[in-house]
Ligand binder design. Sequence first.
Ligand SMILES: Nc1ncnc2c1ncn2[C@@H]1O[C@H](COP(=O)(O)OP(=O)(O)OP(=O)(O)O)[C@@H](O)[C@H]1O
Ligand SMILES: O=C(O)C1=C[C@@H](O)[C@@H](O)[C@H](O)C1
Ligand SMILES: [Mg+2]
Length: 175
Amino acid sequence: MKQVVVLCGFMGCGKTTVGRALSRLTGYAYRDLDEWIEQKAGKTVADMFEQDGEAHFRALEREAVRACAEEPALIAAAGGGALTFGENVQVLRKAGSRIVLLDVPLGEIARRLQGDKTRPLLNRLDKETAMKELYEARLPLYREAADFTVDANRPAEQVAREIAVELGLPLPSSQ
Ligand SMILES: Nc1ncnc2c1ncn2[C@@H]1O[C@H](COP(=O)(O)OP(=O)(O)OP(=O)(O)O)[C@@H](O)[C@H]1O
Ligand SMILES: O=C(O)C1=C[C@@H](O)[C@@H](O)[C@H](O)C1
Ligand SMILES: [Mg+2]
């Protein structure tokens, strides 16, 4: 059975952290789509935005989604914007991948990203307003994309375990 699980949600909701925990729990390989893109491009996401523009990054992101959908088994952390594009969601659905939304309230996201300079879409003077507007615009898109929503305002290990149980993933490391 195909077992590709893609974690989605706003920047800072914990996709990378929970994704790594879920990979440890299930034994499935972990892939961070942002890191995959950085390796392909040989530069950071922040540099890509600055030097090549967002459209170039989004094209590489579509490639990353396609490559991930082709895997037999994988825990993938999507970039914060990846599943706001219907085309990427359709590619994953068609391939039988499952999409999980990590739900975290905006206040907690803001706490987690305080002082962070690595996320280009938030690297601006009106960071608070930008974050709120983007969060509110994206939440309905994430909900539409997701097969399952998990309360991710809890320790990452707990969130990972709930996802594994809900999706019926193997839990070899707990036996
Ligand atoms: N469950 C959690 N509880 C508390 N803090 C967390 C939790 N998950 C992640 N964090 C912290 O929040 C910050 C953002 O987490 P992480 O990088 O995993 O988010 P992300 O969703 O991958 O973000 P991005 O979309 O930018 O890749 C990190 O400092 C991380 O340590
Ligand atoms: O929310 C977004 O659109 C982004 C989130 C990050 O994970 C990166 O993919 C990039 O900074 C864009
Ligand atoms: Mg991440």
